[in-house]
Write a new protein. Structure first.
Length: 318
């Protein structure tokens, strides 16, 4: 993207350091080594902010602080406080400059592991509203990174109508390309777990106060409708569709509906002042590897395996 002259905003919605809320003593060295090198990898790609999720504290507060002190990537959280001081554990949000716009990014979690004696978790809704009001005065767009259970998705959309986008972590479900989003509430994007997918949003903004149209939804609607119309046309490529199915009213009505959907999609796309394109990109072998990053990952995986092999001793020694 940067080779194409684009300067993306790269964010993580939380739970990047560890895959669960528990780090076992016998695998601690391997788990912490991996977490440290994930951040080194994020530094290489230019991550702009990381929301602190529940799993970030799996190896303790001191380890998380050491990670945060080791990097210039901002870790954010608006509702986690240090129990001993009552102060916020870190900054509640960051504002990212991408000329001509200022993007406010707010971090929240409702999934702090039970029994944490050093961190207090405030209510995400009360806290969220407080900082949204603050950010609206400072930023053109507001993005919420939320580490929360999937059952909260609907409530989050209803409560935080004043934000522009919500990105959730922990939920294993994924937002599909072309999946409809409500027009009266902020869209929610869920990339799933373990970094297997990347949420990609591209904004084309001509007038900041005009609505942003999800053209990826209308692209998918048009694509699906045109495909079904072509399938109906296969019966007789030379006869107009409505003439071909004039005596089959069920199919005829379907054709009318599909043609309206194609027209609607084309109208919405062509009339949109501001456009948003969404995609969910699988991080698989189809992604071209950067040689230096690949060498870095391979080296880390080799060391990780070495540490894990040392952590397990055989039950019986010969």
């Amino acid at each position: 993207m940067r080779e194409q002259g684009k300067n993306p905003v790269i964010l993580d919605a939380g739970e990047v350091l560890f895959p669960s809320g528990i780090v076992l003593d016998n695998t601690r060295s391997a788990d912490e080594f991996k977490a440290k090198n994930i951040i080194k990898g994020y530094e290489e790609i230019g991550c702009d902010a990381i929301n602190i999720g529940g799993y970030e504290l799996a190896s303790g507060v001191d380890f998380l602080r050491s990670i945060m002190d080791s990097t210039e990537i901002p870790f954010i959280s608006a509702n986690l406080r240090d129990k001993s001081t009552g102060k916020l554990f870190t900054e509640p949000y960051v504002i990212i400059e991408r000329e001509p716009f200022r993007i406010g990014v707010l971090g929240l979690t409702s999934l702090l592991e039970k029994g944490n004696k050093q961190i207090i978790m405030d209510d995400i809704y009360k806290t969220g509203h407080k900082y949204i009001r603050e950010l609206r005065k400072k930023a053109d767009l507001v993005v919420m990174l939320i580490n929360a259970d999937r059952k909260e998705k609907q409530v989050l959309q209803d409560e935080f109508k004043d934000v522009d986008y919500i990105v959730m972590s922990r939920d294993i479900s994924r937002t599909r390309k072309g999946q409809p989003q409500p027009k009266d509430r902020p869209p929610v994007f869920i990339p799933g777990k373990q970094g297997k997918y990347m949420t990609y949003l591209e904004l084309e903004i001509s007038h900041i106060d005009s609505p942003i149209v999800d053209v990826s939804y209308y692209d998918k609607l048009r694509e699906n409708s045109e495909r079904r119309l072509k399938n109906y046309q296969k019966k007789d490529p030379d006869t107009p569709l409505k003439e071909l199915y004039n005596e089959n009213q069920a199919v005829y009505r379907q054709i009318v509906t599909l043609e309206k959907q194609v027209a609607e999609a084309e109208t919405e796309i062509s009339n949109a002042t501001n456009k948003m394109s969404f995609d969910l990109i699988p991080m698989n072998r189809k992604i071209k590897d950067d040689p230096e990053m690949l060498a870095f990952v391979d080296k880390c995986l080799s060391k990780d395996k070495e540490l894990r092999d040392k952590s397990f001793s055989p039950l019986y020694k010969k």
